[in-house]
Each structure stands twice: as C-alpha cells, then as structure tokens.
Design a protein around this ligand. Sequence first.
Ligand code: ASP
Length: 347
Amino acid sequence: MSESLSRRTFLGAAAAAAATTALPADALGAAIEAPGVFRRRAARFTAISSANGIRGVQRAVELMQKGSDTLDAGVEGVKIQELDPNDNSVGYGGLPNEEGVVQLDASCMHGPTKRAGAVAALEGIKTPSEVARLVLKYTNHILLVGLGAKRFAMSYGFKDEDLLTPQSREIWLRWRANRGHEDDWVDVLDTEQMVVRPTGTINLNTINDKGEISSITTTSGLAFKIPGRAGDSPIVGAGQYTDNAIGAAGSTGLGEANIMVCGGFLTVEHMRQGMRPTDACLATLKRVVALTPPRLLDPQGKPKFQLTFYAINKLGEYGSAAIYAGTYAVHDGTEAKIRDSAVLFPK
Ligand code: ASP
C-alpha cells in the first residue's frame, strides 16, 4: 500500500515553502548564525542514507526530480529495503527477536509541515515506514506501538503477513541453538555458525530544490532482542530528526547508545551551531563515547559497538561519521555513490 501525503496537505506545504523561498538567505543565516560555514546557494535534490540504501537514494532523488514530496520520496526509497527478503535488517526478512518474532520499528519527520510519526514493535506488516507516515498524516499522535500499531495499520488495509523468510528463520534457529551450552537446544557446529547478531537499519534523509527536508529510519532492530524492545529508530530525535530550517540527521548501529544522546536531534543542533554535516556527526559520536558505560568500552576506552550518523543541511551539503570504518550512500542530484564515512577511531 502506498499512501501519499494528501495533495491538499502538500499544496499547503508547497505554498508555505514558496512563501519562504525568499526568506532562506536571511532566515537561515539568522537561524544558523555560522559565518562562513554555509554558502548561500539553492539546495539540489539530494538524498543520503546508510550504505544499504544505495537503491533507495537513487529512487528518492528520481521521485523528487519528478515532483514527489521529500517524505514520500524517502518512504519509497526505504521500501526497497523493507520489501527485499535478502536485507536481514529491515522489514520483510528482518531478523526476529529472541522468540523468533519479527518486530519492526520506524519513524519519520516531514520538515515543511513540522510533523512526525513512528511505530515500534510492529508485527506482521512488511513496510513500517508507510505506517509511520500514516501516523504522521492522520493522527494527533507521534508513536504507536505493538498491537495498537498493528491494528492501526490493518485499518488502512495492510495485510498481516509472516515476515520470516526461510533464510531469516534459519539464522534465528542457529542463534537459538548456540546461545548457551547449558540449555536444551543442541548446539550447531562452530563451522556451520552464521554471523553472530548482525545489525542493520536504513536511515534516509532527503532535500529538494526548494530546501524542503524529510527524514526516515526503518529497521527490524537489534537481532534476537528481548521481545518488546524498541531501539532508537522509532524514537523521534534519536533514530532520525528534521528541522526544516537547519537539516536532518539519522543513524544506524547500537540503538541504546544513540538514545542516550538523542543523536538525531543533537546532530541537527550541532549543524544549527554552524557545524557542517560530517563534523556534526563526529561531535555527536564524541558525546556517545562520553556517555557510554564502562561495560560497553574496551580497555582502551573505545566502544564495543558500531554507530553511524548521516546528516544533510539546508543547502544540501551532506556527510556521515562512524565510530569505526564504514560507508554510506548518497545521491547528490547527479549520481548515486557509496562513500566512506568519517571515522572517530581509525584502526
Ligand atoms: N539502530 C538499530 C536498533 O538499535 C539497529 C541497527 O541499526 O543495527 O534497533
């Protein structure tokens, strides 16, 4: 089901954007107050995402170039991963919780209309990004969880489906067999073991030629999590955040570490203070390390987890930074490419 934000809503948003078109130079300068940091030029169609979003940024920019709203374009971009059975970190085929049940999280923000929507621990629905957008569009709420979120989705015609693929079930069964030597599950041979607790998510941020910005993050969350656990992805201000006057940011990686610093929000605030996107992401990661409890740090004081931020500013400048080496996807209006994130701790 593809729910576009209503034409009426967006005519309103477009009119508002047109009205502010004359404003950005002054309003933006006043809001950002960072001499020399932002060149005042019009934003181009740009999308930045986690590396698994290489097809998503391509799709999002193509749609925006044809006139799609920035959030609608972003949702269509992330849906490619949600519907891909081979992406074990998002939507259909995502890895389940410790009981073998797939529980999905997603959140989104639409800059021009200053609205947000999110779902957490949603079961049986392949595209939580669309459900988050429905929360944004049709309710006075921001976050729906669990059964309530599922019933809400089904009221719009979504089907309740089995989200486990044969492959994701196999990965879960092997994890369950090997999780402890004292339990009653016979261990799988080490040589047959699959990757231990793989992580993943897609965050995608978009801007169009009018400087309208949106962000979206969707995930199956930490593999084999405790049932009911919600990560950072459905938390507005953590998994993603947009302020249409400044920019957008989102993350992938250990959600709990991000929630501790409200990383999406903090990265946008760093940009408000004048940092460029990559520096803003790095500054947020430094805060993450400062707030990490000792049990999650190695003897050198480095985190035992990965976390990556992706950011875009009002001018369409973009960047990403990760605790350890990683990559991201970007389409700058010309072509989609994979680039290296800046790194907090180079090996
Ligand atoms: N951030 C996601 C979560 O904690 C997982 C990930 O990105 O790997 O739910």
